[in-house]
Design a protein around this ligand. Structure first.
Ligand code: PLP
Length: 431
């Protein structure tokens, strides 16, 4: 049984100086009940909190730690870079090397610009798509998250499909009107939006595998269908691979599914744990970015030498060890199959989605293919399950609507521990 009096005390203190006590909302445990654990260190598959509790990691910093925490080669690269400078604000060789490596790995990327987060990457990508096409509107999908840029904080609902409605105070109606939304996996809805807004749509942006409503896979014809619609109407197809990039394959979901977008946004793994994002795509589009072209986008710390060193070490490792992806998929499949067996023993039948090293259990019996079906999940039950797992030393994302990430540090022994905890937690959560 994990108790956490120091974390509880820190959370109480944090709320006086930090909104909600956390620097990113999902870190709070509001959706599941209880208080967040305050971490002090992490290594391999484990994180350790202020109270000395050890947790087996299935969030991995929300994706970046695909090799587990603090991999030697990334730490060493950072240590070697530190004495040279923490930031130059001038170009470096390393920026070219990482750009060349990304271009060699990600099929759609012919030129790439480094930024500091996934949010910056998506905000910049749609600005470039608008500048390139001379059009204003974008289409996004219900339940997809593209960071906290105003244009993306738009909820869909019956009325919102043709008329964007802001999801967060502070997003203006004007901005919302330029964001059209469609249900994930629904090509007909996209066609209807395009018919209703002829010649006005600059970009269609999506997570090619959605990880922000829990894990939702694209239907076989979905990505290809979007590709065709974009080709027909001169629309920029943007894959937001902040989560899936370098995770599902060296070239991300676009490599896995064989569909090449016009632009790609990247984040998480690309920085090896440092704050990094990137956007890239076809040369003719990327040459619209300043100073090559007229679309302005800049960053004081973009291409930061420490972050580039960490990212480079991570990407080089993945690039030269592609068998990692088979290992990750095989570990994750063992986990998912084990969870299904556990459920069978307990007479339960919840929905599980998996691709590669990402998976989600949804506390609903219906297949989850979009946000509407994801929302049929019993979130109170998820909260009980989450806390029962936490008590058994398994650290999951504190929300039903998140994907879990498996790292290469998860051994067979840890899979067994996870599955034992999963069996007990499923049982406990029913009561
Ligand atoms: N896009 C996707 C698909 C994401 O999952 C996220 C973050 O989780 C973002 C964009 C935003 O990235 P960041 O949190 O680095 O701003």
């Amino acid at each position: 049984m994990k108790i956490a009096p120091i974390s509880n005390e820190l959370f109480e203190r944090a709320q006086h100086s930090i909104p909600g006590g956390v620097n990113s909302p999902v870190r709070a445990f509001r959706a599941v009940g209880g208080n967040p654990r305050f971490m002090v260190s992490a290594k391999g598959p484990y994180m350790f909190d202020e109270d000395g509790n050890q947790y087996i990691e299935f969030i991995n910093s929300w994706g970046p730690m695909i090799l587990g925490h603090a991999p030697e080669m990334v730490q060493q690269a950072v240590q070697e870079a530190i004495p040279n400078s923490l930031s130059f604000g001038a170009p470096t060789r390393k920026e070219i090397e990482i750009a060349e490596l990304i271009i060699s790995m990600v099929p759609s990327v012919e030129k790439v610009r480094m930024v500091n987060s996934g949010t910056e990457a998506t905000m910049s990508a749609i600005r470039v798509a608008r500048g390139y096409t001379g059009r204003s509107k974008i289409i996004k999908f219900e339940g997809c998250y593209h960071g906290h840029g105003d244009s993306f904080l738009i909820a869909a609902g019956s009325g919102a499909i043709t008329l964007g409605v802001p999801d967060s105070p502070g997003v203006t109606k004007g901005v919302a009107l330029d964001t059209l939304t469609a249900p994930y996996n629904n090509l007909e809805a996209v066609k209807a939006l395009l018919n209703a807004n002829p010649g006005e749509v600059a970009a269609i942006i999506l997570e090619p595998v959605a990880g922000n409503m829990g894990l939702v896979l694209p239907k076989p014809e979905f990505l290809q269908g979007l590709r065709q619609l974009c080709d027909q109407d001169g629309i920029v197809l943007i894959f937001d691979e902040v989560m899936t990039g370098f995770r599902l394959a060296p070239g991300g979901a676009q490599e896995l599914y064989g569909v090449t977008p016009d632009m790609t946004t990247l984040g998480k793994i690309i920085g090896g744990g440092m704050p990094v994002g990137a956007y890239g795509g076809k040369k003719e589009i990327m040459d619209y970015v300043a100073p090559a072209g007229p679309v302005y986008q800049a960053g004081t710390l973009s291409g930061n030498p420490i972050a580039m060193s960490a990212g480079m070490a991570m990407l080089q490792h993945l690039h030269s060890n592609p068998s990692i992806y088979n290992q990750l998929e095989s570990t994750t499949t063992t986990i998912v199959e084990g969870m299904k067996e556990n459920m069978q023993k307990l007479g339960l039948n919840y929905s599980i989605n998996q691709v590669g090293s990402m998976f989600s259990i949804f506390f609903t019996e219906q297949p989850v293919t979009d946000f509407e079906s994801a929302k049929t999940s019993d979130t109170a039950l998820f909260g009980r399950y989450f806390n029962a797992m936490l008590q058994r030393g398994i650290y999951l994302a504190p929300s039903q609507y998140e994907a879990l990430f498996v790292s290469t540090a998860i051994t067979d022994e840890l899979v067994s521990k996870y599955l034992q905890a999963n069996f007990e937690a499923l049982q406990e959560a029913q009561q």
